[in-house]
Design a protein around this ligand. Structure first.
Ligand SMILES: [Zn+2]
Length: 113
């Protein structure tokens, strides 16, 4: 299975296509997982292409400051973001995920004081 198929499989599991603008996008993603992304026609691929990349949603520090990260996630990075982000609608890059882990740790300490 290639990286595209793995991404679509993860998106299907996370219900990413529930909110799809194109209502047959989910069916195409299933087809891509079953038959391989390369078996799709160029027009079908064009429908799914927007799902193969996403921008990092950034992270907000305990002071309420958003870091405005807009890293582009694609390929392995995108797959990893889907697997490691709690919310499939707000994906984070590796750097923001580690920042968030640090902030959560800080929050925990503050709340335990
Ligand atoms: Zn980021």
């Amino acid at each position: 299975m290639g990286i595209e198929e793995k991404i679509f499989e993860t998106q299907l599991e996370n219900g990413v296509f529930d909110a799809a603008e194109v209502d047959f996008a989910e069916g195409l993603a299933r087809l891509a997982v079953d038959k391989g992304y390369d078996s799709l026609s160029p027009k079908q691929k064009a429908v799914l292409e927007p799902y193969l990349s996403a921008y990092c949603s950034g992270v907000t520090d305990p002071g309420g400051h958003h870091n405005e990260c807009d890293a582009l996630l694609e390929g392995e990075d995108l797959l990893e973001a889907y697997q490691l982000s709690e919310d499939s609608q707000s994906l984070m890059c590796e750097s923001c995920r580690s920042d968030q882990g640090y902030y959560q740790h800080q929050w925990q300490r503050i709340s335990e004081e």
